[in-house]
Design a protein around this ligand. Sequence first.
Ligand code: OGA
Ligand code: MN
Length: 280
Amino acid sequence: MALNTVDLKPRVGSEIRIDKAELLSGGASPAIRQLLEQRGVVIFHGVDFSDDELRSFGGSLGPLQTTGYDDGAQDALVKVTFDKSQQRAGTAGYFRGTFHWHMDELHRDVPPLASILSPRVLSPAGGETEFANTYAAYADLPESEKKSLEKLTVYHSVESAYRKMIPEASEEQIAEWRKKGHKIHPLIWTHRTGRKSIVNGITAGYVLGMNRRDSDALLGQLLDWATQPQYVYQHQWQMGDLLMWDNTGTMHRVLGYDLDCGRRLHRVTLVGEEPLAVAA
Ligand code: OGA
Ligand code: MN
């Protein structure tokens, strides 16, 4: 089916105009998935989904990841918030790394395909979420650079992310982060479609086989490259919005906000379909 869409920026992001009943019918879901892969992020205004509607729409796009809770319950819905009163026991905890450019769950062999957010409480200031299209950023690299980057692999871990954020952590803290594990991912992801994107962000520790200084410089330069304004869409949240991003072809981050303001977004996440890791 043909979707009624408006580009948000030339290289990233589309708004889809569709009525809520049609969205919930799932009839548009294959076309939405296709558009998401092309545009990195898609948004809808005035949808105002309930939690059940969010689960149901998410499920029409593909299988959802679930979280197990201490009481034995399994739920696909995650509350993205620093408000402890909203967290259920067993929740892994919302990750401070979210304020830095990242892709979700790169400590897995198969990272999630996509996530969908629906706002519940807005922050009075800040809290805009930004998305960088890493397919578009890759496409614009000089051909000679593409060739050399394609050979490289990168160590990713939650520990690497926290070490950048908290350089003077204790040994105990580091041991805790290490439990999350790590993965070796290619620097350039060749997807099953043949399209290529850059894999980078706060979880990137170092490039294998490269000295530390060169590795830091390369990852830093590539991050700067991929987050230039032409590749980035910044979302200013309004109640009623629905936003989804392709976690395999974008990085994202949230801009600073008061951690005590109660900001809360509800999220469902689509199970990944494409293995990325080349080694544990
Ligand atoms: C996430 C995330 C950003 C935000 O849910 O994975 O990074 O705006 N959220 O809170
Ligand atoms: Mn995230």
